[in-house]
Design a protein around this ligand. Structure first.
Ligand code: APR
Length: 328
């Protein structure tokens, strides 16, 4: 019997969505459906179809066998195993991720209702910003179990952190292990204590101020790109997203920092059932989505940073709830 190929839908066929589709095809993770609403009002144009056509023609050169289609119609996401959500506006210079909430909250809610209707069994990875609040909207509006809703942020933040450390140390990026937790903002939580070069603690290799400089650059890495390009990054955000898609589709049980639902974990909302939120934590990602959140003891300073980050995410959810009073 032929093996069924995974179906991966990408909502938002812009910079991140297009690059995600390309990586999915190049890694042959499954067939791709690109959904967008751009130019929907201009009958002579069809942006998602055009982008899918362009991408499909990479196949003979890149040697991939993956079907890539583009559509305005959410019905075409039916049967998706994974849905990646990149719909929304990106940052412009001078904007923080939080500044996007007024526009993106409504967009993500609309996308969520369409996913609920047309792909009720999918695992959803949200990429739209402000990330942690948008994952919350996705969870509330779909009503999906928390293991099937997550956000891409940690994979990117950690990638930036590792890149800057590798440059500082003059070693390969492949040999850096590290983690950053918390919300996808300037208050993400660094863990230099848990960062190593093939097991050698980075704290033995670099002075504290050099490590801190790498942490700070990782925190502001998105803003640095926005300043240089006039819009937000897309290559590294897509790479982080596809790392997650691959872990799920291939049931790899990878340990990746992602925005996952927490209550008791890391002091998010201890003992408060249903009052948790999504924040960056190390997760085991496999065929069932977020299969487990890995917890470990934090020291007092790490916990202090984590508490600040959690409280920022909670404030942003408050803003989002005001914008979407019927979110539930
Ligand atoms: N349904 C489908 N697509 C939508 C919708 C919607 N309701 N609303 C907007 N879009 C599409 C836009 O038409 C656009 O093509 O989302 C796409 C977003 O693409 P870009 O503008 O290129 O933005 P991108 O850089 O890909 O970032 C997307 O991810 O990391 C975040 O901050 C970033 O919120 C931003 C999002």
């Amino acid at each position: 019997m032929p093996m069924r190929r995974a179906k991966i839908s990408v909502i938002g066929a812009g910079n991140i969505g297009g690059e995600c589709a390309r990586s999915i095809a190049m890694k042959e993770l499954g067939d791709v459906v690109l959904v967008d609403i751009a130019n929907k009002d201009k009958p002579e144009l069809h942006m998602p179809k055009g982008k899918a056509l362009d991408l499909a023609c990479c196949g003979p050169v890149e040697n991939f066998d993956a079907k890539i289609t583009g559509t305005f119609d959410y019905k075409d996401i039916e049967g998706s195993d994974v849905v990646v959500v990149t719909a929304g506006v990106p940052r412009k210079p001078g904007q923080s991720r939080d500044d996007l909430v007024a526009i993106n909250a409504g967009i993500v809610k609309n996308v969520a209702l369409n996913i609920k209707q047309h792909a009720p069994n999918a695992i959803v990875i949200v990429v739209s910003n402000p990330l942690d609040a948008m994952v919350y909207v996705m969870w509330k509006a779909t009503g999906f179990p928390a293991n099937r809703v997550m956000g891409q942020a940690g994979a990117l933040d950690v990638a930036r952190y590792k890149t800057f450390l590798a440059w500082e140390l003059g070693v390969s990026v492949e040999d850096i292990q590290g983690l950053l937790l918390g919300g996808h903002g300037d208050d993400m939580v660094p863990l230099p204590r848990r960062t190593s070069v093939n097991g050698i603690p980075v704290t033995d290799l670099l002075p504290a101020e050099k490590i801190q400089a790498c942490v700070d650059r990782a925190k502001g890495g998105g803003g640095e790109v926005v300043k240089l390009m006039g819009t937000s990054a897309w290559y590294a955000p897509s790479a982080g997203t596809i790392e997650m898609v691959e872990a799920i589709v291939r049931d790899k049980k990878r340990v990746i920092a992602c925005a996952a639902y927490c209550e008791n974990e890391f002091g998010v909302a201890p003992g408060q059932k249903g009052q948790g939120l999504f924040v960056g934590v190390p997760c085991v990602l496999g065929a069932n989505g977020v299969e487990r959140v890995i917890t470990f003891p934090m020291d007092a300073e790490e916990q202090k940073f984590m508490n600040e980050s959690i409280s920022h995410v909670r404030d942003l959810i408050g803003v989002t709830r005001k914008l979407l009073p019927d979110l539930g």
